[in-house]
Design a protein around this ligand. Structure first.
Ligand code: GDP
Ligand code: MG
Length: 448
């Protein structure tokens, strides 16, 4: 698992929230403090941590959850959203637009360049591209053989010459070689013999000028934590076509610091290294990353629920109350049917309540789109009085409404019938169970 420790501490904070019987200000502050501590331990910059947690706290205290969503769920969503935008929001893959696409990797020695070059090669190969690798590391003895050994089992070719001392010349020759061969992607592994940013950038410029890459990838060691900021910034300023791979995020205590520091420079992270093996490379997707970091298997479901709800619904707690107590008029019924259609079948909601065991007649909960549309048309031809007090609708009113709405008396009766059925059904329910259901409806859901 990526960033074990950080993930675990964040998850513990959210579990504290999930376990609490009431969500009040004190709890919110406590959870926010836990998140702060988790991030600081992961070497995230203090100022960044404070900015982020201030946002989370403010939103958690001020925002009212939409109806049908519990406070807990809402806060989890806020934490998820803020962490995601903290890490850059969008996934940005490396695009293979031109054939061949030339990629140059740079990074200080030991950052994981050669390993990442092999991983990238395998990644593109798995996606159907033919890849050629160039070893232009004339500094480290055995660099060529290291790379060759890593990709040999996959039949990926490496161009290099252990005797050659000119890195720029090697890079150029290698690119020419694979251009002639007709591969889709050429990845050049450089030496990175420098210990500090300045020399590294100089080396990158030299090779860059010689081979004109489509993209330069800086490989940063994730274990250096927030120190990654300076490297990423110098790199970003030096090249407009740069992206970043952060390595060694498996088990690194400072990984969160490295990732957030890089994001803070505005340089895009495209992949992360999560192990020593060739398949331990992942495209960096902040959304996926944060979901996994928080360890909430259910977060996808939760997000979908929010998405559905945000598509407009007027489903307030008051509505639920009215609805459950059978005290509602036609307008309420319409709003509720509409909300129910969005929330999923009522049957399902009832099933979430242990020991409820109610079976609802189909006609009570039939809320197809067409049916709702027809109801709407019919209701548009009713007077305010009729909508608020449907009991007054007699046969002559039914005839008038049908004529006005261009429907039949049968359709109008169907609407009134649905109303009566719902009212009767919910009125007949046990009050204690109703209360339980209302509570579950508003505070349950996730089961975490
Ligand atoms: N655990 C772990 N080790 C890595 C990762 N990436 C690279 N390494 C290790 O880091 C060390 C240096 O890697 P190397 O590719 O030779 O770095 P280079 O000098 O930049 O080319 C090697 O022992 C790699 O196995 C990673 O994502 N996770
Ligand atoms: Mg190397």
């Amino acid at each position: 698992m990526v960033l074990d420790k950080l993930g675990q501490s964040l998850n513990n904070a959210l579990r504290k929230l999930a376990r609490a019987s009431t969500v009040d200000e004190a709890l919110v502050r406590e959870v926010v403090r836990d998140i702060q501590r988790a991030l600081l331990t992961s070497d995230v910059n203090v100022r960044l941590v404070l900015d982020l947690t201030k946002k989370i706290e403010k939103r958690a205290l001020e925002e009212k959850p939409p109806a049908g969503v519990s406070k807990k769920e809402h806060i989890i969503k806020i934490v998820y959203e803020e962490l995601t935008s903290f890490l850059g929001k969008e996934a940005k893959p490396i695009e293979i637009k031109e054939k061949p696409t030339i990629l140059l990797t740079v990074g200080i020695q030991g950052s994981g360049k050669t390993t990442s070059v092999a991983k990238l090669a395998r990644y593109f190969q798995k996606h159907g591209y033919k890849v050629g690798l160039v070893c232009s590391d004339t500094w480290r003895p055995g660099a060529y053989f290291q790379l060759k050994q890593l990709v040999e089992p996959y039949g990926i070719e490496v161009f290099g010459d252990p005797e050659e001392k000119d890195a720029v010349k090697l890079a150029k020759e290698g690119v020419e070689y694979f251009k002639k061969k007709g591969v889709d992607v050429i990845i050049v592994d450089s030496a990175g013999r420098h210990k500090e940013e300045k020399g590294l950038i100089e080396e990158m410029k030299q090779i860059s000028n010689a081979i004109n890459p489509h993209e330069v990838i800086l490989v940063i060691d994730g274990t250096i934590g927030q120190q990654a900021y300076n490297q990423a910034l110098a790199f970003k300023e030096a090249t407009p076509i740069g992206s970043i791979i952060v390595t060694k995020l498996d088990g690194s205590a400072k990984g969160g610091g490295a990732l957030s520091a890089v994001v803070a420079t505005g340089a895009p992270i495209k992949f992360i290294g999560v192990g020593e093996k060739i398949d331990d490379l992942e495209p960096f997707d902040p959304k996926r990353f944060v979901s996994r970091l928080l360890g909430l298997g259910d977060i996808q479901g939760l997000l979908e629920k929010f998405e559905e709800l945000s598509k407009e619904t007027e489903f307030t707690e008051e509505d639920v109350e009215k609805f459950l107590r059978g005290k509602f008029n036609l307008k309420d019924m319409y709003a509720q049917l509409e909300a129910m259609r969005k929330m999923g079948p009522l049957q399902q909601i009832l099933k979430m309540i242990p020991g409820m065991g109610y079976s609802i007649p189909d006609e009570v909960i039939k809320v197809s789109e067409e049916r709702l549309k027809k109801f709407k048309v019919i209701m548009d031809s009713m007077t305010e009085e009729e909508l608020e007090n449907p009991e007054i609708i007699n046969y002559s009113r039914i005839k008038r409404i049908a004529r006005g709405s261009g429907t039949s008396t049968k359709d109008v009766k169907e609407l009134l019938n649905q109303y009566k059925q719902m009212k009767k059904f919910f009125k007949g329910m046990d009050k204690r169970k109703l209360a339980k259901m209302a509570k579950k409806f508003n505070f349950g859901g996730l089961g975490i």
